[in-house]
Design a protein around this ligand. Sequence first.
Ligand SMILES: Cc1cc2nc3c(=O)[nH]c(=O)nc-3n(C[C@H](O)[C@H](O)[C@H](O)COP(=O)(O)OP(=O)(O)OC[C@H]3O[C@@H](n4cnc5c(N)ncnc54)[C@H](O)[C@@H]3O)c2cc1C
Length: 492
Amino acid sequence: MARVIVVGAGPAGLAATEALLTGSDGPLEVELHSLEPYLGGNAAAFTTPDGRVVEQGLHCWFGFYEQMAGLLARSGVDITQASSSGQGEALVWEERDQRTHRLYLGSHTSRTLIQGLAYTGMTLEEKLRFALFFARAMPEVLAGNAERFDDICFTAWCIERGFPPSLAATRMWRVTREAQFNLPGQVSAYPMIKTVKVMGRDFTTADFRFPMGAMSEVWWGPVAARIRALGGVIHTHHQLTGLSHDGQRIRSLRLRQVQDAPVEDWLQHPVPTVSGSGRELRDFDQVVFAIPPAAWQEIIHADPSLTELRPFANIAKLSTVSPLGLHVWHREAVRWGPRSFVIGLDEPLGAVVDVKPFHPSYRDDARFGAVLHFVGPETGYEDWPEEALVDRALTSLRRVRGYEGFTLEGARAWKLIRHHGPHRRYWNSEPGSLKYKPQSRGPLEGLWFAGDWVRNELDFPCMESAIRGGRQAAEGVLRELGQRRRLARRGA
Ligand SMILES: Cc1cc2nc3c(=O)[nH]c(=O)nc-3n(C[C@H](O)[C@H](O)[C@H](O)COP(=O)(O)OP(=O)(O)OC[C@H]3O[C@@H](n4cnc5c(N)ncnc54)[C@H](O)[C@@H]3O)c2cc1C
């Protein structure tokens, strides 16, 4: 029986495993190796023994996440039931007029532009110039190959086409970079243009949704149950440390056991390994590597011979960044806009949402008035003490209507999620990086890459991209195994 190994249990690894198990037309053994005790990778979240939900930062599901909705639906999860609508609305703190503005993107794509133009943070002249820019840029977005714009930063690309420079300096616009953790750096025009194109095709709603509960439990848990029901095997606490090859084929994987630790520790400390637990894994046909680029860079660094293979030499050049998260469990409730998604706060923690209204574990718990999940890139703030970062986030938030009373004295607890480990770092979609991203077929027979940073139909760093990338790698594996089976039959 053919045997396929999947390494990495984020959305890409989970999607690849499920697609392998459902798509094979012959008997297939599939093993998924997860570093952590929980599933979901960077999109993991879990409930601690004292009932708090902890994640890397803050996650939203968007209306064009078609493949993700499909994976969850096959696992018995209706995304509309397992998430709560942000109702297409955000509050934006604008520095230039020191005011909070309501940004409403509506419930349907066709109305998004019109409703977005009602944003009070723009002057009338900016609105007119934005509408003209949109009319001028859209045909270019929809036609032709966006890859040629990868070397250009998105803001420059827009300004060249008439986007008002004054708008490019707003906090609202900053979100285009912040959402990819590229702040204060720039973001490439390519992934932005490509996403607008895919969104235009696959968008069912301009709404975005927040997980109702811990994602590893309410989203990825059912996916894991489906994988097991289909006959797949999931191993946890396994870290990939290297691989061996003969220049043609991948021959073995080196794995080691990592120690168990309280789930919260996984978000904060380097992974402690079990000494003497290293072992070689052989006798497989194909491997899908669904680990992030910084994790690869660590492996490549320990085995420079890998850089003789072009994709690895390129992966070594990708730049990555540490995401930063902050949770504040607060006694007081937000007095205005109970489901407010607030953006435009001072960096590094520029976005926040109060999860109290929709997390079942908090909804009826009087101990918590609000539970705030902040997120942003840590770039430039790596040396800041924890207390200073928390203070900066709350000081900035207090300027927003409804949050005036939020001080640390009112907080029951807070937790900064600040992990610089390579498996936590995030790919930086900066201008000029596309040429270093690998295709899903690797440089050796039997080696496949998957992840939101690997070339795929969407090419924008997000959960949907990871899932599309995972499925794409699985389809490649299945094609190759099918071909081999046909050749064997013909030979026989
Ligand atoms: C703070 C934060 C907020 C985000 N917000 C959003 C959002 O709102 N919406 C959205 O769509 N996306 C969001 N994302 C992005 C989303 O989390 C990623 O796109 C998605 O998790 C990528 O999935 P992946 O499977 O490619 O990689 P990952 O999720 O990174 O999974 C990779 C897995 O491989 C494991 N691994 C790493 N090294 C090794 C090794 N050596 N051996 C074995 N296993 C290893 C990792 O531990 C992890 O489990 C956010 C990301 C972060 C960090």
